[in-house]
Design a protein around this ligand. Structure first.
Ligand SMILES: Nc1ncnc2c1ncn2[C@@H]1O[C@H](COP(=O)(O)OP(=O)(O)OP(=O)(O)O)[C@@H](O)[C@H]1O
Length: 336
């Protein structure tokens, strides 16, 4: 795995009460000639203090899942519950208040920050909107910038274009955390940063999680990044979860052929030059997904049943769930 970060905290994901519960989430976008179902019946939980990684190829519905969790836009159907409060169906003002408990970190920090505002005002924005007095807000901003490794006396007056990409992402993280959210949805938070900076930002997110007791939904197409920061990993393909398991299980003993193929695409994970399952072809359009198992058109082990029967996400080992009629067995340990 390429990007080094601090070791994960020991979160007991089995007994901890979930902070976030997502049930049967569906998100459809209206498009010409009908609709496109970007998220199809997705269910998962995130424990308090846990990081759940969400991984899959571009276009598989990761961002849409993150946005639907935050109700930006609200899901087409399904339920999202945060700390016991059901968000789905809340009146607009209550939803706005509930959204403060969840914050989103975007891929491109530079365009996520208002170019005309100074760093101190960007970080203070949420506090100002929430009616926190100016002096108290500035104190919190100073503290939060310090937590993300920045000195307000040095960067407070600067505007985003006067900062590097990594510094902008730190400001974005400070802005998100100043409101003391319980859940951070990180959508490809390091994808636009130099590799040398990626580890620093991942370490920062990990430190913040430990220090502030945050839960994270960490979205990335890069399995090595997701593996380093996540307690558990959910693998997504064409709008559906195909595998969900503790991070090490996913990388050492993947059960779904798609997970296997994603792992084989990570250079440091291949044991030999020609080992592995190269993903064939493109991801099909979510407007017209294959019948049965959606992965079958690219699957090296597909059989007749896969064309007709939709595989359910089922537990095949403690904590490991897979949606495949013919899951792989533990014969891949040597490749991990
Ligand atoms: N606003 C929208 N209107 C219509 N279709 C959309 C919209 N946003 C996303 N999509 C489509 O929904 C599907 C899932 O997109 P999404 O961005 O959620 O995937 P992703 O896995 O996050 O990929 P990426 O990493 O490239 O963003 C794609 O087919 C995409 O083209």
């Amino acid at each position: 795995m390429s990007t080094a970060v601090a070791p994960m905290s020991d979160v007991d994901t089995t007994s901890a009460k979930p902070l976030l519960t997502v049930d049967n989430l569906v998100l459809r976008y209206p498009v010409r000639g009908g609709y496109l179902e970007a998220v199809s019946d997705v269910s998962f939980q995130v424990a308090r203090g846990e990081t759940l990684g969400l991984v899959g190829e571009s276009g598989c519905g990761k961002s849409s899942t993150g946005r639907a969790v935050m109700h930006l836009p609200p899901p087409t159907s399904g339920n999202v519950t945060l700390g016991g409060q059901r968000l789905t169906g809340l009146p607009r003002n209550e939803l706005r208040a509930a959204r403060r408990r969840m914050q989103l970190i975007f891929q491109d920090p530079v365009s996520a920050l208002n170019p005309r505002r100074r760093v101190r005002d960007i970080v203070a924005e949420g506090l100002t909107i929430a009616g926190v007095a100016r002096e108290a807000a500035q104190e919190k901003v100073t503290e939060m910038l310090r937590l993300v490794g920045m000195d307000i006396d040095i960067v407070g007056e600067r505007r985003p274009h006067q900062l590097s990409g990594g510094q902008c992402q730190r400001v974005a993280i400070a802005r998100a955390l100043v409101l003391q959210p319980e859940l951070l949805v990180c959508d490809e938070p390091v994808a636009s940063l130099d590799v040398s900076i990626q580890g620093q930002v991942l370490n920062l997110l990990e430190d913040m999680r430990t220090e502030l007791g945050l839960s994270m939904l960490f979205i990335s197409h890069d399995l090595s990044v997701v593996h380093n920061i996540s307690d558990r990993i959910a693998v997504m393909y064409l709008g559906k979860l195909v595998e969900m398991a503790p991070s090490d299980t996913v990388t050492r003993k993947p059960a779904h052929p798609y997970t296997r193929a994603l792992l084989d695409a990570v250079p440091s994970h291949r044991d030999t030059e020609d080992h592995g399952t190269t993903l064939r072809g493109e991801i099909p359009s979510p407007m017209n997904p294959p019948s049965g198992c959606r992965f079958r058109t690219r699957c090296p082990i597909a059989q007749d049943k896969c064309a007709t029967v939709v595989p359910e996400l089922r537990e095949i080992a403690p904590g490991q769930r897979v949606a495949c009629h013919f899951p792989l067995h533990g014969d891949h340990d040597a490749a991990a």
